[in-house]
Ligand binder design. Structure first.
Ligand code: 13P
Ligand code: ZN
Length: 269
């Protein structure tokens, strides 16, 4: 069977980027079994032939109504699919969906009937908001980074911007490349609309949020950009934890040094 990606280099490039990132998530130890999910908005890469494609799966409710997604197209990781498999075979471990005119349901159009991730409400609610605000961001990534999740098991890190300031102060680049910091979302059931609503709220202020005792969720220009922000935060968390393991509390950069970074790199905070 011919893949929808054949003869469509721009679309293939974006899906290949998802596959590359999926490999990094697995290599980092952040993607046990089916852990994590990635969704990208490919609407601008869709041509008339794709628009005419008949669905290959049933009409399925999203669970929420998202008015800005009407007629939109997304590549989504499949539920229960593994990142390590997606890295090699993105169209067997994910699928392309079309949002229907009711803005509340979708159908799968290619390549295989792979049901989208259980975190679809979070991904699509965020994409809906990105479109509404005219954002250039096209990707959302959820993953399970070990050190950041470990830190979310202690209340003292869960106050607003407590973790942001610790992580920024571990290495100068973290503030430069994750300039909005890390939002915090108290525990909610995976896949729930409550988790999606909390994610949407917190992403108004941040590009990356921490789901307490579960993982992180990030938005970015593309899958690589979203991954990069999670990666720099995770690097800082590793430095913090390594210092603690060596038996000392890391000094961290001073407030003056952090301020100097903001000026030098023209950062918002
Ligand atoms: P899916 O396999 O449905 O994408 O779920 C993985 C996950 O990490 C849920 O939070
Ligand atoms: Zn998860």
């Amino acid at each position: 069977m011919k893949s929808i990606l054949e003869g469509r280099p721009a679309l293939k490039q974006e899906v290949d980027k998802v596959a590359e990132v999926a490999g990094y998530l697995w290599q980092n130890g952040w993607a046990e079994r089916n852990g994590g999910n990635i969704t990208i908005n490919i609407t601008e890469l869709v041509d008339d032939d794709i628009r005419k494609l008949s669905p290959i799966g049933p009409v399925t409710p999203i669970g929420v109504t998202l008015p800005h997604l009407r007629g939109g197209y997304f590549y989504c990781k499949g539920t229960n699919k593994r990142m390590r498999d997606l890295a090699r075979k993105p169209m067997e471990n994910g699928s392309i969906i079309r949002i229907l005119d009711d803005c509340a349901s979708y159908e799968i159009i290619a390549d295989n009937v792979v049901k989208p991730t259980s975190e679809l409400p979070s991904h699509l609610m965020v994409h809906n908001r990105l479109i509404e605000t005219g954002s250039p961001y096209r990707a959302t990534v959820h993953t399970h980074p070990i050190e950041l999740i470990a830190m979310s098991h202690n209340r003292r890190y869960m106050g607003k911007d407590v973790l942001t300031n610790i992580l920024w102060s571990m290495i100068p680049e973290t503030k430069a490349f994750c300039p909005l910091g890390l939002g915090i979302i108290p525990y909610e059931l995976p896949g729930s609309v409550q988790l999606a609503e909390a994610t949407l709220r917190e992403l108004e202020e941040y590009d990356v949020v921490l789901w307490e005792k579960h993982g992180v969720f990030a938005k970015g220009l593309d899958a690589m950009d979203a991954f990069d922000q999670i990666d720099v935060l995770s690097k800082s968390a590793k430095i913090y934890i390594n210092s603690k393991c060596m038996g000392f509390e890391p000094d961290g950069m001073s407030q003056e040094q952090l301020k100097e970074m903001s000026v030098a790199f023209n950062l918002p905070k």
